[in-house]
Design a protein around this ligand. Structure first.
Ligand code: PLP
Length: 438
């Protein structure tokens, strides 16, 4: 376009070259940004330009100004929170989705995007071994998927109380606050699972059960919870935002027991399924309940088609073409590629766990069903916090923490497609060095 400083072909080549170089050299950068709050903003012009600037200047400033302020989620030694990866097919599909700039609020505005989204969610359901026939669509995040599911539960049951475990993700509490639905938390057992025997569902609209809790990746007893929900006519929402991707591997499907009875299920493809942020997959067996909660057609959106409009299933009207990247990921990795990645992460987590167990003075603090290891060094919380801080400040690796039984516990979350055994070993050595430096 003549009125911008950009030439798509010329600058596109440079941007793709930038992306390829970045990903090739990613392992040599410090994982955690080594800057102070405000530092990056202070280096940027405080006012917008009057005249068009060349795109090359944007790339230059990305390199020179922004790069030191980036924490690198694509880094093979990113082990914090739930590590993830955007692999090449998803990156390229994002470029194409932005090129198309499709806005799928009704079928007519994006027929192919709408139909591809439904098909891709059917594909993913099949890959994960979910029941056939569920209605699937994509939201931006699990937080929004859970808001949608709980609003549907309220419409479906006419009740308001939400029940979840003490270890459910904070997005459940946020959803309850936003929807003005009271929240009741159920205690957990000694393996951090919801105590199904403590469920009291008389006034409940929904139970949120988690497969793969954020703190320890514990698995709530979904079969028992589903049975209690069935008896009480309560909606069961399963939050498998992280761990649901594991079900692409049949040998990890024990953790899916009972999920076939769920009324809704969320799995984030942007957590452990190689898909760039953001791509949260929400399925339900009651699409009519989501429509009851969200469908609203003003005159200016009325059309003769009776086809599904996916904005009828969640809070947002405008919808990005997110299915394109998920479709690209499923096609270009295939079932076998995704299985290989997940199996390798679980294998690496098991290796790390075995090193911790074999080293005097260190211990594992929670069962490890997937690819996250919870561990600590004997001694005080402050000493463990200092170990983590030293490793993170070194730039060598990035870990985050949780609290288990009141104690500060380190988490090593493996989820990046580039992570090798050498990365995990380097990180274990860095942790041991940091512990002797204290
Ligand atoms: C179990 C679980 N549920 C929900 C969420 C929220 O995910 P999102 O960031 O997509 O809203 C997370 C985030 O880590 C999570 O671990």
């Amino acid at each position: 376009m003549k009125d911008t400083g950009t030439d798509l072909r010329r600058d596109g080549v440079a941007a793709l070259e930038w992306a390829a170089r970045y990903l090739e050299g990613i392992g040599d950068r410090p994982v955690l940004a080594q800057v102070k709050p405000g530092e990056i903003r202070a280096r940027l012009p405080q006012h917008p330009p009057e005249l068009p600037e060349p795109f090359a200047d944007v790339l230059r400033d990305l390199d020179q100004i922004l790069m030191p302020g980036l924490t690198h989620w694509q880094h093979p030694r990113f082990f914090a929170y739930f590590a993830n990866t955007a692999t090449d097919p998803g990156i390229l599909a994002e470029l194409l989705a932005a090129t198309l700039n499709s806005v799928g609020f009704i079928w007519r505005t994006a027929p192919a995007a709408t139909e591809l989204e439904a098909l891709t969610l059917d594909w993913l359901a099949e890959l994960l071994g979910l029941p056939a026939g569920w209605h699937g669509h994509i939201e931006d995040t699990a937080s929004v998927s859970t808001i949608a599911a709980l609003a549907a539960a309220r419409a479906h049951t006419g009740r308001r109380v939400i029940v979840c475990s003490q270890d459910a993700h904070s997005s459940v509490e946020r959803a309850a606050r936003l929807l003005d639905m009271p929240l009741r938390k159920v205690p957990i057992d000694d393996q951090f699972r919801m105590r199904a025997d403590a469920l009291d569902l008389d006034d409940a609209a929904a139970v949120v059960a988690t497969v793969g809790t954020t703190s320890t990746t514990s698995i709530d007893p979904v079969p028992a919870i589903a049975e209690a929900c069935g008896r009480a006519g309560v909606w069961l929402h399963v939050d498998a935002a992280y761990a649901g991707s594991a079900w692409v591997c049949p040998e990890l499907r024990d953790s899916a027991a009972g999920v076939e009875h769920a009324d809704s299920l969320v799995v984030n493809a942007h957590k452990w399924l190689a898909t760039p942020m953001d791509c949260s997959c929400l399925w339900t067996r009651h699409p009519e309940a989501l429509r009851a909660a969200f469908s609203l057609t003003p005159e200016y959106l009325r059309t003769p088609e009776t086809a599904d409009s996916l904005s009828d299933y969640g809070p947002a009207l405008g919808r990005r073409f997110r299915a394109l990247k998920l479709w690209a990921v499923l096609r270009c990795h295939g079932r076998s590629g995704l299985q290989t990645m997940i199996r390798e992460h679980v294998r690496l987590a098991a290796r790390f766990e075995s090193w911790v167990r074999a080293t005097p003075g260190w211990s594992i603090r929670a069962p490890r069903p997937f690819s996250v290891v919870c561990f600590r060094k004997d001694g005080s919380d402050a000493a463990n916090e200092a170990i983590m801080a030293r490793v993170n400040a070194s730039g060598e690796a990035f870990l985050s923490h949780t609290r288990v039984g009141g104690q500060f516990v380190l988490r090593l979350a493996i989820g990046n497609a580039r992570t090798t055994e050498n990365d995990v070993q380097r990180t274990w050595e860095a942790l041991q060095r940091a512990s002797s430096a204290g």
